[in-house]
Design a protein around this ligand. Structure first.
Ligand SMILES: Nc1ncnc2c1ncn2[C@@H]1O[C@H](COP(=O)(O)OP(=O)(O)OP(=O)(O)O)[C@@H](O)[C@H]1O
Length: 283
């Protein structure tokens, strides 16, 4: 690759979604979930997507991961348009490990029949790394999520929810991906574990990996994200720097979210104001 090509690859967003539309079902059962959605994530950037339940956040994540089919639009992962990829092309892309994911329920991100060690080394062995080297790397990443090596021989079912989610983060990291998609990664955790996992995610910002952090909770996202995109009724109604979205929200729905977020109470709107915004959204 020439120096110019390298420069271009460095400038290219790790994820660029353009005019994406997704629906479920057909005929009278057809339900449009995303309609004309565009978003890009730069290398090393942390972007939060927030929106209420059913707004299409998981659908967005699952479409980017090739688990739901795009009806329209382009999805560029490291410059490669994956929106019409066939299963074999997805397999090749997954093997390269460019995009990793962490779901709300760590048991969905981890194979329940694999020990923690096997879960962590598998993505490395698939890419041709020798086992001793892979185990060494797995140990290092377990340390990065502040877990003890004693957990390596255990099965996911033998760990607490918080430990499991940390393992899921370590597994996503171990392949050194360009992008990790985290769908409600702390929603199922108690408050101590939530803070712990959020701290770990914050620490990742310096490692150069880009994060797409999906949550219904503005409070969780606000402390981590560089930018926040607000999904409402299948569209991004506001995308901006996290501090601008939190301090000077422009869309009525974002104002409602900011006013309702318990951890952002300093900027909280009064109940009457929230009612007013709700009424505005209904019109
Ligand atoms: N596999 C599916 N088949 C049909 N409809 C679906 C499917 N998955 C999701 N939906 C519908 O699509 C809409 C968006 O769902 P989605 O899970 O993307 O929302 P969400 O914002 O992630 O919600 P939550 O915060 O509750 O997880 C909802 O109305 C949901 O019922």
């Amino acid at each position: 690759m020439s120096a110019d090509d390298q420069q271009r690859a460095g400038d290219r967003p790790i994820l660029a979604v353009e005019d994406l539309a997704v629906h479920y079902g057909a005929g009278r059962r057809r339900q449009s979930v995303l309609d004309g959605v565009s978003l890009s994530v730069a290398r090393g950037e942390t972007v939060g997507i927030i929106g209420e339940t059913g707004s299409g956040k998981s659908t967005f994540a699952r479409t980017v991961l090739g688990l739901v089919r795009a009806g329209r639009g382009r999805i560029l992962i490291d410059g490669e348009d994956v929106a019409r990829h066939k299963p074999r092309q997805w397999q090749a892309l997954r093997r390269r490990g460019v995009v990793q994911y962490v779901f709300q329920d760590p048991l969905r991100s981890l194979d329940p029949d694999l020990t923690i060690e096997d879960s962590l080394v598998e993505p490395l062995l698939v890419r041709g790394m020798r086992r001793p080297e892979a185990v060494e790397r797995a140990r290092a990443y377990l340390g990065r999520v502040r877990l003890d090596e004693d957990l390596l021989p255990r099965l996911p079912g033998e760990l607490s929810g918080g430990q499991r989610q940390r393992v899921a983060v370590a597994r996503a990291l171990v392949a050194e991906p360009g992008l990790i998609i985290l769908d409600e990664p702390v929603s199922a955790l108690d408050s101590a574990n939530r803070v712990g996992v959020l701290e770990i995610l914050k620490g990742l910002r310096d490692s150069g990996v880009a994060l797409l952090f999906i949550s219904h909770d503005l409070g969780s996202v606000a402390g981590i994200a560089d930018r926040i995109a607000v999904l409402y009724q299948g569209r991004f109604v506001e995308v901006g720097a996290a501090r601008d979205v939190v301090n000077t929200p422009r869309h009525p729905y974002t104002r409602l979210l900011v006013g309702s977020a318990p951890t952002l109470r300093s900027a909280a709107a009064a109940r009457a104001r929230r009612e007013e915004l709700r009424a505005l959204l209904r019109t």
